[in-house]
Ligand binder design. Structure first.
Ligand SMILES: [Zn+2]
Length: 399
């Protein structure tokens, strides 16, 4: 199935512990592919292949990133243009990428006029986007993770719809449609947050989906959720809270999870001095957990939300504490727009009418106003910004 998404105007301005499966018997093809493992990427675990990565391969990839000390960009997308910019960037920087669908981004992909009753458009748009990635990802020769962003309690029916799609996909292909989902129940009391996460972890684990959960609150505003007035103590997660979540989720057979802990991180970009990032919280939490568990160093895999505007030193210090993914949205939103802005500025006099430009009153301008021209400029700028992010995250040349 092919589809085309044009995402010019409003998207750019307006619209972020594995064991074998118990979910029935895997299809024969899956068994054969794991039995005759040839290494697709010299520097990555043998289970990781080009294209969408799920299940055991995903767990191997994230553990590898934690061991080697790099994090991958997790990028919010709004259509095929931004999806392709992600994969193009990964191909250039030579590393994995996480393509992230938000609930609003999914609805945008389905189209602004699509009926979104009961999240129908959000669900359909995310599935359509995921299928686009699955059709083309292999052509870029990089590992791609299909993920979804913040889902608060009231939004769970959106994830229920996506889980249903993954369960169907699993029956046919032996793996889920999506690699992972985030649940952000950090507005709820800790026990309720983790109880709901555990309930979903049980459903996810049956189809090899990884859970990203949130503790504490990421400040700022994103995708219509405004946390800019939240009590500042909630912006810093306690080690005991992470340990509690780890113990609870580890009780689920086949559980795979990552933790979005708060360490002063904020969605959006603010003037210097307004963000007090404390990645040392992640280091202290890992030490606390290792003492309690008595096993490996850095037992938890962390993810970093609200990294836009952080210093490279802070980012890399957070990676040393076991951060394996950093979300990127604000900076790529700006980059995409900036690419289009520059295109218009450069070709302004050729973009004022269908006919007539500085070269002559009767010369047609079709090759300038073809939507692909401006959109491609957006893609290129987004690609270049992501290559910079990958350098900051030490995710270059890791394949
Ligand atoms: Zn976030």
């Amino acid at each position: 199935m092919k589809f085309t998404l044009f995402a010019l105007s409003t998207a750019l301005l307006g619209a972020n512990a594995f064991q074998p499966s118990t979910f029935g018997v895997r299809p024969v093809m899956q068994l054969q592919s794991t039995a005759t493992e040839t290494k697709a990427f010299p520097k990555l675990p043998a289970s990781v292949k080009p294209g969408v990565v799920t299940g055991k391969a995903l767990e191997d990839l994230l553990n590898h990133a934690k061991d080697k000390g790099f994090a991958m960009p997790g990028v919010n997308i709004v259509g095929s243009n931004s999806i392709n910019a992600c994969m193009e960037a990964a191909k250039v920087y030579g590393g994995p990428i996480m393509v992230t669908f938000s609930k609003g981004g999914g609805a945008y992909i389905a189209g602004k006029a699509a009926d979104n009753t009961d999240d129908a458009a959000s669900i359909a748009g995310c599935i359509a986007g995921a299928k686009h990635v699955r059709e083309v990802a292999k052509l870029y020769g990089v590992p791609v993770i299909l993920h979804t962003d913040h889902c608060q309690k009231a939004w769970l029916p959106w994830i229920d719809g996506l889980l249903e799609a993954s369960e169907e996909y699993y029956k046919l292909h032996g793996e889920p449609l999506f690699s992972s989902h985030m649940l952000d129940l950090s507005e709820e009391p800790l026990e309720e947050n983790i109880a709901i996460c555990k309930e979903y972890m049980e459903k996810f684990a049956k189809v090899d989906i990884l859970l990203e959960f949130e503790l504490g609150v990421t400040g700022g505003e994103e995708d219509g959720v405004d946390n800019s007035d939240v009590d500042s103590s909630r912006l810093y997660t306690q080690p005991e809270e992470v340990m509690y979540a780890y113990e609870q989720l580890s009780q689920v057979p086949n559980a795979m999870f990552t933790c979005a802990a708060s360490f002063g991180n904020v969605h959006g970009v603010y003037a210097p001095g307004n963000v007090d990032l404390q990645p040392v919280i992640l280091h202290n939490t890992q030490k606390y957990m290792q003492e309690k568990l008595g096993g490996e160093a850095k037992p938890m895999k962390f993810v970093f939300h609200g990294g836009s505007g952080s210093s490279v030193d802070d980012i890399q210090y957070a990676i040393e504490a076991g951060v394996i993914k950093m979300n990127i949205d604000t900076d790529t939103q700006w980059a995409y727009w900036d690419g289009i802005r520059k295109y218009e500025a450069e070709h302004h006099d050729y973009l004022q009418g269908q006919i007539g430009n500085p070269d002559g009153a009767e010369i047609p301008n079709k090759k300038y106003y073809d939507p692909r021209m401006a959109l491609r400029s957006g893609e290129e700028a987004m690609r270049d910004r992501l290559i910079q992010s990958a350098k900051d995250l030490k995710c270059t040349d890791v394949l």
